[in-house]
Design a protein around this ligand. Sequence first.
Ligand code: C2E
Ligand code: MG
Ligand code: MG
Length: 276
Amino acid sequence: EAKSQGRNVACIYDPSMSERIMERRQLEMDLCQAVARKELRLEFQPRFDAMTQGIIGAEALVRWHHPIRGVLSPDCFIPVAEENGVIFEISDWVLREACWNAMSWENELWVSVNLSPVEFQRHDLVQRIQRVLEETGLSAERLELEITENIVREDSEAILTTMSDLKALGVRLSMDNFGTDYSSLGYLQSYPFDGIKIDRSFLMYLDHSERHEAVVDAIIRMGHALSLNVTIGGVETTEQLERVSSLSCDQVQGFYLGPPISPASFKELVCDGVCR
Ligand code: C2E
Ligand code: MG
Ligand code: MG
C-alpha cells in the first residue's frame, strides 16, 4: 500500500513545487535575520480629514528591503512571519520605530500601527505597548492600533479583556478592512473600538451604482450611531474623492491624496504644511 502510494507521489512529482518550497524556506530563514540586519523600513501614509483635507495622522506600513529580491511588500512576508513567530520581533520593531518617528514630527499628529491577530495570543501585548510608549515618550492618545475585523471571531473573552486593557492605556483601537465580512457588523458594538476603516473594495462599489452608494452611506451612518470614527481607505481618483466627500465619513486615505512615503519625506510633508 505504502509502496504504491510512494509511486503515485513520484508520478506527480513537480520540480517547480519543490523549488517553491525551497524558496519559501529560504525566505523564512532570511526573515529571521531581517530585523537584526536592519533590512526592515517603515513608510508612512498620511490620513486626511475628509472635510478640511488636512493631514491628521499617518499609518505606518512595513517594507522589507531584501538584499537579493529587492523591496518586498508586507503581504508577502507578514503571513510567513505569523506562521513562524518572527511577527513578534517585527512588530516590536515597527511599533518602536513608528512611535520614535511620531515624536519627531512638528505637531501632534497621531500614528497608526497594524496589529496582527496572532499578537493577541501574547500575554504581554499590553505591557509591551506600554513599555514602548514610556521609552519613546509618545502620549498614548497619539497611538492608534489597527486590528483586522476577523479578530472578533476568535476567542472573544480573552480578546475583549486585552482590548479593554489597551483602551485603559489610552490608545485608540480601530477595526481595519471593515466590511469584507458582514458578520463583523453584529460584533462591532460588543468591542471597544473607536473607529472603523471601511475596506477599499467598497470604493469599487461606489463607481457602480447609487444602490451601492446607499450601502456605504448606511455603513457610515451606522458607524456614527455607534459613536465610531469612520475612515475610507483606498481613494485613488478625483471622482472617488468627490463621491466619498459627499458621504459623511470623517477621514480619508489613499494614493490620490497621498501614497505611503519614507519617514524623511513624511516629516518634510508635515513640516511644509505647518512651518511655512
Ligand atoms: P492595510 O492595513 O489595509 O493597509 C493599507 C494597504 O493599502 C497598504 O498596502 C497601502 O499601501 C495600500 N493602499 C493605500 N492607499 C491605497 C490606494 O489608494 N489604492 C490601493 N490599491 N492601495 C492602497 P501595503 O503597505 O502593501 O500593506 C498591506 C497590508 O499589510 C496592510 O493592509 C496591513 O494589513 C499589512 N501590514 C502592513 N504593515 C504592517 C505591520 O507593520 N504589521 C502588520 N501586522 N501588518 C502590516
Ligand atoms: Mg491598516
Ligand atoms: Mg485595508
